[in-house]
Design a protein around this ligand. Sequence first.
Ligand code: SF4
Length: 262
Amino acid sequence: MNTYRQSELVNYFDCPRKFKLSLTADRKKSKLMAEGHLFEGLVFGFKYNHFHEFDIPLDSDIDTLPAKKFGIQEPSLLAYKIAAKHAKTFFLEGDSYVKLRYEGPNWCLQGEADFIGDVMYRGNQVRCIADLKFTGDIVKNWHDKEANFKSFIQSIVYPFIHYKNTGEILPFVYVIVDNDKSLLPNETPYVKQMRHVPTLKEFELLEAFIDTVDSDFEFKHNPNSCVTGPYWNYECPYMRSCEIGRQFKEIAVEIPELELAL
Ligand code: SF4
């Protein structure tokens, strides 16, 4: 029986082959990921995965060595600690790093919620599943995010697993903290929150989607997703393992006769 995670499933919307590669191939480790992991550790405490993923010895001095290994030095580290102190105030009573798993008749779904419990949301204490995001640009990355399954799949997957195991439908809250490397001790970071209250209809759609993925044996390429974004600034992280991606990147171009434009 196959086991799925939302971080891998989301790739299927772009390119089924990308999804398939995400199950096995090494992806490029980005600075952004490292910063996210470091920030998560500063808010909720460091865990084995953080160290394991970046080859940091488990007995490291948490205050200094991980940050250096993550490639993050002062003064950014000081700014992150200030932001983390503020971010902690959103997470009230509850548990962090909560393992979630649902075993269905044909497939399993699993993940790890950053936090389950009471969170401050628009001035109120709300019981929910919460996820901490650390972003370089709140406006660019989150303001106009299209409200569709691909963009917010996490806000359906985790509540779905929780619902299947407990019968309780919990809202999902994103706590999005601005990654401002020059934050000063007397300042607070920008924090944006987004909430999604999932429905039973969405849970049905999710199950149908995973059934589709589970019965796919071809995992076709979608070259339209190899490079995307404004100025082609996003490249598929599995390109080095994908022949179609290589062909896309290396395609030969004949330059036509040139006009003189002044
Ligand atoms: S490089 Fe392109 S075709 Fe290959 S897996 Fe990535 S998105 Fe799909």
